[in-house]
Design a protein around this ligand. Structure first.
Ligand code: NDP
Length: 256
């Protein structure tokens, strides 16, 4: 188990959607770096499984079964994390859902659900955790947005709107809290091999197979969840204190 980088003390991390795909890779990596991790996910069983795997590998983690649209549950989870692991200093807003379909066919329930989870969930978690960071005068927030928000994407208007708003929220919070020792950055992943991507492929929603997309990707491979975890591990460290308000694309060159 590697020691946490030059941080003193070791910072506690909360990773939303931390039980699957990109979030699982981030939870696993931050724990391997020596950070206590709260795996916050609405899938309780998957969160427990993630914690078991992290613990088996020598890390420290707890599971919090929480839906990021439920503010009371988030507040309770943050209090629980503080009791069991210590004051959270790192927040990774990764929980998200996708959406595909013609703009004129998007019903209001779908529009609201996408914004509720992707954007308002991020708002709730930031509001719940930032007071803890202010008390420590130290914080790292990483918002997992999407490369689709960098260039737009047809048939994903609700999803892209929610992710573009996350980028705006990231920049605003970076400006508001920079002098308080809190950095806020966003990673817009592009084309990462996760259950979400494979489900979209199965439904024929990707405009080709993953393999066909690989051939059109400058680095000629699909992204791995660990690619996002690597960038995240840097952004949450002490050495990234001069990096804030940034959009750090990790997409194999698909978006530049
Ligand atoms: P996964 O579906 O594999 O993982 C997402 C996790 O978040 C799941 O465990 C999911 O639970 C959980 N989750 C969803 N909604 C909520 C909620 N309301 N409250 C708490 N947990 C929730 O997706 P990925 O790993 O692919 O995606 C992670 C993030 O990266 C998302 O925000 C996604 O939009 C973004 N992203 C992914 C890309 C890719 O290529 N994979 C590209 C660009 C962005 P459940 O299984 O129950 O839904």
């Amino acid at each position: 188990m590697a020691a946490a980088t030059a941080d003193a003390p070791t910072r506690v991390a909360i990773v939303t959607g931390g039980a699957s795909g990109i979030g699982l890779a981030i939870s696993t990596r931050l724990a391997a770096d020596g950070r206590p991790v709260a795996v916050l996910d609405r899938d309780a069983g998957a969160a427990e499984a993630a914690v078991a795997a992290i613990t088996d590998a020598g890390g420290t983690a707890i599971a919090c079964a929480v839906d990021v649209t439920d503010r009371a549950a988030i507040d309770a989870a943050v209090a629980d994390v503080k009791d069991r692991l210590g004051t959270p200093g790192i927040l990774v807003n990764n929980a998200g859902r996708d959406q595909f379909g013609a703009f004129l066919d998007i019903d209001l329930d779908t529009w609201r659900s996408v914004l509720d989870i992707n954007l308002t969930g991020t708002f709730h978690c930031c509001q719940a955790v930032i007071p803890e960071m202010l008390a420590e005068r130290w914080g790292r927030i990483v918002n997992i947005s999407s490369s689709s928000a960098q260039g737009g994407q047809p048939y994903m208007a609700a999803y892209v709107s929610s992710k573009a708003a996350m980028i705006g929220l990231t920049k605003s919070l970076a400006l508001e809290f920079g002098r308080k020792g809190i950095t806020v950055n966003t990673i817009p992943p592009g084309f990462i091999d996760t259950p979400m991507l494979r489900k979209s492929e199965e439904k024929g929603l990707l405009g080709g197979t993953v393999e066909e997309h690989e051939a059109r990707t400058p680095v000629r491979r699909v992204g791995r969840p660990e690619d996002i975890a690597n960038a995240c591990a840097f952004l949450v460290g002490e050495e990234a204190s001069y990096v804030t308000g940034q959009v750090i694309g990790v997409n194999g060159g698909r978006n530049t």
